[in-house]
Design a protein around this ligand. Structure first.
Ligand SMILES: [Zn+2]
Length: 826
């Protein structure tokens, strides 16, 4: 996943890109064609905020940050193909974001409508649902989000809800957790729409009805009220005069609550009756119409039925407002009709339900839905939690939406040959309110491409998640000037074999990218269903954190004088110590640049890979950084000693491996260590990427070399050295290259083939032989692995076991099973 160019590489970035680099380098050495690119997710609010606060131009600010971060990435030794670098805020990229938007528009998948939107009062902009956190706060500013009615652009992601859900099982290379999060976000449920007819004050049918969606049509006989969302368009008209004041006050109260506050399970549900009545289509009874905070206009039909006996939320609501509780389901095989303080929410058998009495819940759902369809008061319906994706932003630093508004023609797409619609530079920032674009009259006023009359450009820009929904496709053909990418190129490289990024993108970016891919497939622009075959969600990098439990203040580690007894430098109070995600506000960050300056990039890489498996959180630990630094120094001394012995790697390949029988015991040990490491590290780099155990294997190998290298012949020693360096290359690319050159290796180490384990070298010199006396196991004996039958018999007869059990007599029979056992029969 490409980074946002904030200007500073943090440890989370370092971890992400070191992981992808090891994967890329090792795959390349194993003979794969590897595309390992990098780009910049460069539109978004921080650049605009910097412009407002410091008067810098957002484009210049962004480009400077990119230059700084590119340098830092290069210092890490990442094997990136910089020829394919892309930047979403440069017009050679966003031209194609605009072109793709027009594809969506043409396909009927982009539209504009008035909507209740999340309004961030601090950043003065609209947010997508996904950008509002669990507490109803803006993901960026942290402000409590308000509701507003505005005309907005949407992408119709709901048209792909079924495919996005049904294709999740194809993503076997994704963490189960991410697939579950997407499935829950899409939230498909099968149920029934039921029409509750509105009646007037005299109980006369009005001809209008309120439609509710329910997954529990079997409980329709238990409905005791119907609830509308306070924002429902009918509320104003249906409210009776005597309820008008109460309803207005309630709507005002709810408008200041976030969606999350309204729907949180532990918050009390509140509501008021609006005075109107509706008729239960199943029973014919009249029930009151309410509005309540827990019903949202944007979900379902904006209306729900209240069944207190069989829904816990409705039960609490009915208790609070003294509404009737009517039981219509009983547990199967029970006569239990009474309630003990809560709703019976399980399936069961229907009672008090007229012609449906005695049916099971499952059968009743079908029968009631069928009856509703036959009699015209309802229908089967599949509903989704997923909403259409709101993509317009009232901000400057984003990709302009390429449409023109004409009084006669309506919304007119900017003709493809006029793209890009360039974002004007050097604009004035007020900081608040409407986008600076809306104030640029010379930019806004254009001739309608359709009729030529004066018209106005759209001044909203796109959600930055639009830019990041397709960037990985552009890497396949980054310099194309006539298309976003050539189909042959995109089909050649994509889907992404291995995607790596944080779990925080489980819903937003990863769902949008899947949606884009499916739409572009349907437009014939590419030939695959899913963008990312495998996904690794790397854990966080956590720093040691000191906090004063009384004041709640965080203390910088540098201000803690004694780490064994950490105290507040001002008050001397004892501090809490724990690990938490690195952040500026907690003073627990470690700057990658300082680590690289002090230890070099390879130490930083080795530490990050060694400290924890990639998907787990990693606790930054200076002692372990030192440990990796010392390990690399040991390797340095090992290579130095070999160079002093005049070992030359280029001699190895020509000589070929030494025959097993010609090897000394030390050489056999060394070869076994070398080929065990090849086998183990190759396994660690396949499938689950256990880089931490791979680094352990490198350490084991270096220990074995420290022990046996000196005694080994040049051929065996060279094989060991060449293998160690080749295995080290993806992890510590700088030192591996330097060592390789020092020992006379030919070409670059990064162009060497990945070594293949020699199975004969893995054979242990000795194996355990079982000694039996008359068929009973009496002992074990270490014997040469390649010993023949006669040797085994001889060794068995000479053994202590034989001496003890045969008491000096010769056995009557000897049975030898080579490689396994010798049975001596007295
Ligand atoms: Zn026109």
């Amino acid at each position: 996943m490409f980074p946002y160019p904030s200007g500073n590489l943090h440890m989370g970035h370092v971890r992400n890109y070191v992981i992808t680099d090891v994967i890329a380098r090792s795959a390349r050495m194993r003979g794969h064609r590897v595309l390992h690119p990098m780009g910049w997710d460069a539109f978004g609010l921080p650049a605009e905020n910097a412009a407002i606060e410091r008067g810098v131009e957002p484009g210049d600010w962004t480009d400077r940050n990119i230059a700084a971060m590119r340098l830092q990435l290069q210092q890490l030794g990442l094997s990136i193909d910089w020829d394919r670098e892309l930047t979403t805020c440069h017009s050679d990229y966003y031209r194609w974001t605009q072109w793709l938007f027009l594809q969506f528009l043409e396909a009927g998948l982009a539209y504009r409508r008035e909507a209740t939107v999340n309004w961030d009062p601090v950043d003065q902009t609209v947010l997508a649902n996904e950008q509002v956190d669990g507490e109803g706060r803006s993901w960026r500013s942290g402000a409590l989000v308000e509701k507003r009615q505005l005309r907005q652009w949407f992408l119709k992601i709901t048209a792909y809800a079924d495919q996005l859900l049904d294709d999740l099982p194809k993503l076997a290379g994704w963490p189960e957790r991410v697939r579950t999060m997407q499935a829950n976000w899409i939230g498909r449920s099968s149920g029934t729409e039921l029409d509750f007819e509105l009646v007037d004050g005299q109980g006369q049918a009005s001809g209008e009805s309120i439609t509710v969606f329910t997954t529990r049509a079997d409980t329709v006989f238990g409905v005791s009220y119907v609830v509308l969302a306070p924002e429902h368009p009918l509320v104003k008209r249906l409210t009776t005069p005597d309820q008008a004041t109460a309803v207005e006050a309630f709507c005002d109260l709810v408008s200041r609550q976030s969606e999350q506050e309204r729907t949180a399970e532990d918050s009390p549900k509140r509501g008021v009756p609006i005075g109107a009545m509706v008729r239960n289509p199943a029973t014919g009874a009249l029930v009151p119409l309410w509005i309540a905070d827990y019903v949202l206009a944007e979900y379902g039909t904006g209306a729900v039925m209240g069944v207190p006996a069989h829904d816990q939320r409705d039960f609490l609501f009915a208790r609070r407002y003294e509404l009737p509780v009517r039981q219509v389901i009983i547990p199967e095989g029970s006569d239990e009709h009474a309630y003990a303080g809560g709703a019976w929410t399980e399936a069961g058998i229907l009672i008090h339900s007229g012609r449906f009495n005695g049916l099971s819940s499952a059968a009743a759902k079908k029968a009631i839905t069928a009856a509703a369809e036959a009699e015209g008061w309802g229908r089967g319906k599949v509903q989704y939690r997923l909403r259409d994706w709101l993509i317009s932003r009232q901000r400057y630093w984003g990709c302009p939406i390429p449409v023109i508004h004409c009084e006669s023609c309506g919304v007119v797409p900017v003709p493809a040959e006029q793209l890009p619609v360039e974002l004007p530079r050097q604009v004035a920032f007020s900081g608040k309110g409407a986008s600076p674009l809306a104030q640029l009259e010379e930019w806004v006023n254009v001739a309608c491409p359709c009729c030529g009359q004066p018209a106005r450009r759209e001044t909203d820009t796109m959600d930055t998640f639009m830019c990041s929904s397709w960037y990985y496709l552009r890497y396949s053909d980054p310099h194309n000037r006539s298309l976003p990418f050539e189909r042959s190129q995109v089909d050649r490289w994509l889907p992404v074999d291995q995607y790596v990024g944080g779990i925080e993108h489980a819903i937003l970016h990863l769902l949008y990218s899947r949606f884009f891919t499916k739409v572009l497939r349907d437009r014939g622009l590419l030939g695959f269903d899913e963008p990312f075959s495998r996904l690794l969600t790397q854990g966080m990098v956590q720093g040691i954190t000191y906090k004063n439990p009384h004041s709640g203040k965080y203390i910088a580690p540098g201000d803690v004088t004694d780490a064994t007894d950490p105290r507040d430098p001002k008050t001397a109070e004892v501090l809490e110590v724990f690990y938490e995600k690195m952040s500026k506000s907690k003073y627990n960050g470690v700057d990658p640049a300082s680590v690289i300056d002090r230890y070099g990039a390879d130490t930083a890489r080795m530490f990050i890979l060694f400290k924890a498996p990639p998907e787990k959180d990693l606790e930054w630990d200076d002692a372990d950084v030192e440990g990796q630094f010392r390990f690399l120094q040991r390797l340095w001394r090992l290579v130095e000693a070999a160079a002093n012995r005049d070992l030359r790697l280029e001699a190895t390949a020509a000589a070929g491996p030494t025959p097993f029988s010609d090897l000394s015991p030390a050489e056999r040990e060394l070869r076994r260590a070398v080929h065990t490491a090849i086998s183990a590290i190759s396994d660690d780099l396949s499938g689950d990427y256990q880089f931490n155990t791979a680094v352990s294997e490198l350490m084991k190998l270096s220990n074995a070399m420290g022990e046996h290298l000196e005694a080994a012949s040049p051929a065996v020693a060279n094989e060991a050295l060449a293998t160690l360096l080749t295995l080290l290359a993806p992890f510590a690319p700088h030192l591996a290259e330097e060592f390789w050159q020092k020992l006379g290796g030919s070409g670059s180490i990064h162009r060497q083939h990945w070594p293949v384990a020699d199975p004969t070298a893995l054979v242990r010199d000795t194996i355990p032989l079982v000694i039996q006396i008359k068929g009973k196991v009496r002992g074990n004996l270490e014997v040469p692995a390649d010993a023949d039958k006669a040797t085994l018999e001889k060794l068995a007869l000479e053994s202590e076991v034989a001496a003890r059990w045969l008491e000096g007599k010769a056995p009557s029979r000897v049975i030898v099973v080579p490689g396994k056992l010798v049975n001596l029969v007295p």
